[in-house]
Write a protein that binds this ligand. Structure first.
Ligand code: ADP
Ligand code: MG
Length: 796
């Protein structure tokens, strides 16, 4: 800042010097100008005086009317004019010089342009003056001519005057002579009279001559007047040229004034610049002072900071020294602490080990106990459940009385439904009945929870909240994961909704997908301790032939064989298994199976209603902590249509199909009946279906039968058959295990058809046969079945 200030000071001095120089120059220029203007004023004054003189001369000339002096005056005036012109030229030259000198220093001034403009004006004025001068010359010439003529006229006038004087002299002389003669003649009257007469004649002549002379005189005087007029005009011209000269002078004066003004402005500007410069210097100085002040303040702050930091530094060094000491001592301390910690940890590990061992032992015991309890529970409560589902009336049912609704429900008991058949109401009781408005979700949840909840009441149709749904849903799937086998069947006539319940639609999937989804989520939940592998197979039983729906050769008939390991398990050699890990995988598998089925048969709907479709899901688990292995199977079966084919008319392949379906459905009924009544012999081998599902139906497996019914009036006879089948499966009472029940064969499909006539007579006995009876003796049981048989026989 100091340096910049010094620099500025130096600059200021320099500028001041420059200013002084300029001022001096200006003063000199002013002096010059003053002297020049004085000179010019003097010249102007002399010019004025001369002009006055001329005017006087002109006045004098005017007063003198004599023509002889006019010439002299004109010469004089011309000479004077010439001289004045010379003087004016000199003045202009001087003025130009002066202007040039003035223009030189302010080359960059804005007045330059103005000056140029003024110069142009001046040159124009000069041109005008030149023109005026030319005119003057012309006028001079004219004056010359006029004076010449005037001189001539004057000469002539002189001559004529002289002539007239002579004539007058002569005439007066003659007059005198004549008067003398008259006087002499008076004396001589005769002679006189004659003489008078001659004189009279002669005087007339004289008179004429006089007149002529007078007229001539007149003419000459007119000429003189004209000449005077011309002179006057010339004077006027002279006056106008003098006026222009005066104008020019005034302009010159104006230019001078302007010059002066420009000079004044220049001075003012210079002054303003000077002031600005001073102001800038002052400002810079004050700024520098303020900055200096701030720097000083900062310095003071830093000083105080330094003063306060010194004690902190002292404490820091102190701390550092103590830390250093501590660091030196730290390894020893650490070793000691580590030793003690290690000892403590090993002791704790020992303790944990022993507790773990104890816990494992307890866990295994609990596991066994649980399995035992579960088996006992299943044994006590039975593991076969029957649900009914009524589909809504659809467009396919048509219109009119045929499509009227024939099924109603009990408002207080969701296990009861009433069917109006041929004007009579028949009631049935199952484990649960789903009305048409039940959603896939509700049905799925209820079915999948069925395994463990028999006798614990029924699920409400609208489930309160999701967490509860989840808890309820877990049971069936959990038991599959725990290693139990599960079978879910969909039974009913074609069009009653079997496939809808099992497969569902893409937007609203059925049990198949929901069960698998649940399996996945359950398995994920147990992933911390268990490894699980889930595989899927799809098969079809048509005309008692088993075919692989996922295999490369679907036409190939598969065999069911006993496992060679002696476990008594069955297996199907060649049945394709797909490992699935996500819902996407399942969808792919389903798609694959579906495509296979579609390409294999010409009419899928027809074919699917004449065959049983099986989806077999196998869950294999390994407990990583205990090494325990489990295998559970979930069999989802969409059964063939249960409707009876008219005995007359059906022949060939259609008849064979009907026979096979009838046989396999009857066999399924037989097996379930035998299982529920705990008979020693269960006729699994009577059909491919029961034989294949043997290990999933027996033991502590769980079975769920979903009986599908149509509510339409036209289907009531088939509906009746299906519901009777359902009730019969359900109504088999469980006795103690030890009891040997007699083998009672199930009525065949045809027999079911026949019984419908009977039901009208005693709906109560057929609809609710002995629900809640704890036990039957073998005699009672056989008696009841005998009575059924009897009824069948009488009606058949
Ligand atoms: P099935 O497999 O027993 O022959 P489907 O499952 O093919 O019968 O059902 C026949 C028709 O009825 C289908 O169009 C199906 O969508 C419809 N359907 C069945 N059950 C229901 C239901 N609960 N809600 C709505 N539509 C249904
Ligand atoms: Mg179907």
């Amino acid at each position: 800042v100091m340096a910049s200030m010094a620099h500025l000071q130096k600059e200021k001095l320099q500028l001041q010097e420059e200013l002084l120089g300029l001022q001096e120059k200006l003063a000199a220029r002013e002096n010059d100008e003053l002297s020049l203007s004085l000179q010019l004023q003097g010249q102007v004054e002399t010019l004025k005086a001369k002009l006055l003189e001329q005017a006087q001369e002109i006045g004098r000339l005017r007063s003198e009317l004599g023509g002889t002096d006019v010439e002299k005056h004109r010469d004089l005036l011309a000479a004077e004019n010439e001289r004045l012109r010379q003087e004016m030229k000199a003045c202009e030259g001087e003025l130009r010089e002066l202007r040039r000198q003035q223009q030189a220093p302010c080359r960059d001034c804005s007045h330059l342009q103005e000056n140029a403009g003024l110069r142009e004006q001046l040159s124009q004025l000069q041109r005008e003056a030149e023109e005026a001068r030319a005119k003057l010359v012309e006028l001079d010439l004219e004056v010359q001519q006029k004076t010449n003529r005037l001189a001539e006229v004057e000469l002539r006038l002189k001559d004529s005057l002289a002539e007239r004087a002579e004539e007058e002299e002569r005439l007066s002389r003659r007059l005198r002579d004549s008067q003398e003669t008259i006087a002499s003649l008076k004396s001589q009257p005769q002679q006189i009279k004659y003489i008078i007469k001659t004189v009279e004649v002669e005087s007339a002549k004289a008179k004429q001559a006089l007149c002529e002379t007078q007229s001539r005189n007149q003419y000459l005087q007119e000429q003189v007047g004209m000449q005077r007029q011309v002179l006057k005009e010339m004077e006027q011209q002279l006056q106008s040229s003098q006026k222009t000269e005066a104008q020019l002078r005034a302009q010159i004066m104006m230019y001078e004034a302007e010059l002066e003004r420009a000079h004044g402005q220049m001075l003012e500007e210079m002054q303003a610049m000077e002031e600005e410069k001073n102001h800038a210097i002052e400002e810079a100085f004050s700024r520098a002072q303020v900055e200096m002040k701030a720097v000083h303040e900062n310095l003071a702050g830093v000083r105080t900071n330094l003063l306060t930091l010194q004690p902190a530094l002292r404490t820091l060094t102190h701390d550092y020294n103590s830390l250093k000491r501590q660091v030196r001592d730290f390894p020893l301390l650490l070793q000691e602490t580590l030793r003690s910690a290690r000892a403590e940890i090993s002791q704790a590990i020992e303790e944990v080990h022993s507790t773990n061992r104890e816990l494992l032992r307890k866990y295994r015991r609990e596991l066994q106990l649980r399995k035992k309890c579960h088996n006992e529970l299943v044994r006590l409560k039975g593991n076969i459940r029957v649900f009914g589902r009524v589909r809504p009336i659809t467009k396919e049912d048509g219109e009119g009385p045929e499509a009227a609704n024939a099924v109603t429900f009990d408002t207080d008991d969701d296990a009861v439904l009433h069917l109006l058949h041929k004007g009579k109401q028949v009631s049935f009781e199952l484990d649960k009945v789903f009305p048409p408005q039940a959603s896939q979700e509700e049905v799925g949840a209820a079915i999948l929870t069925a395994g463990m909840r028999r006798g614990c009441g029924h699920l409400p149709l609208t489930l309160p909240c999701h967490s509860q749904v989840f808890q309820e849903v877990q049971a069936l799937v959990t038991s599959c994961i725990d290693g139990y086998n599960v079978c879910i069947f969909a039974y009913g006539q074609t069009g009653a909704g079997k496939t809808y319940t099992m497969e569902g639609t893409a937007a609203n999937p059925g049990i198949n997908q929901r069960a698998l989804q649940l399996l996945f989520s359950e398995v994920r939940g147990k992933a911390a301790d268990w490894d699980y592998a889930i595989t899927v197979s799809a098969a079809e039983i048509y005309n008692e032939a088993l075919r692989d729906l996922l295999g490369k050769e679907p036409q190939e008939k598969l065999e069911i064989k006993l496992c060679p390991d002696g476990s008594g398990q069955l297996y199907v050699p060649g049945l394709t298994e797909f490992r699935v890990q996500s819902v996407e995988d399942i969808n792919k598998v389903f798609e694959f199976g579906h495509v296979k089925r579609v390409t294999e048969c010409t009419n899928l709907n027809e074919h699917s209603s004449r065959s049983h479709a099986l989806l077999i899901i196998t869950v294999r688990g390994l407990d990583r902590s205990t090494g325990l292995r489990t295998t559970g199977k979930l069999n989802l079966v969409d059964l063939a249509g249960s409707e009876r084919v008219g005995r007359s008319g059906a022949e060939g392949s259609r008849l064979r199909e009907a026979q096979h379906i009838n046989k396999s459905l009857s066999a399924l009924g037989d097996v379930i009946y035998a299982l529920r009544s705990r008979q020693g012999h269960v006729p699994f081998r009577n059909s491919k279906l029961t034989y294949l599902l043997q290990d999933s139906l027996s033991g502590d497996s769980k079975t769920l039968m979903m009986v599908q019914v149509s509510p339409a009036e036209k289907n009531t006879s088939e509906t009746l058959c299906s519901l009777k089948f359902a009730e019969r499966v359900r109504s088999v009472e469980l006795g103690p295990v030890s009891r040997k029940a007699e083998l009672v064969s199930w009525p065949s499909q045809e027999h079911l058809e026949v019984t419908k006539g009977l039901l009208g007579d005693s709906p109560g006995s057929a609809a609710t046969p002995g629900r809640g009876h704890a036990s039957h003796s073998p005699g009672q049981l056989s008696g009841r079945s005998a009575s059924i048989r009897r009824k069948l026989q009488t009606s058949g």
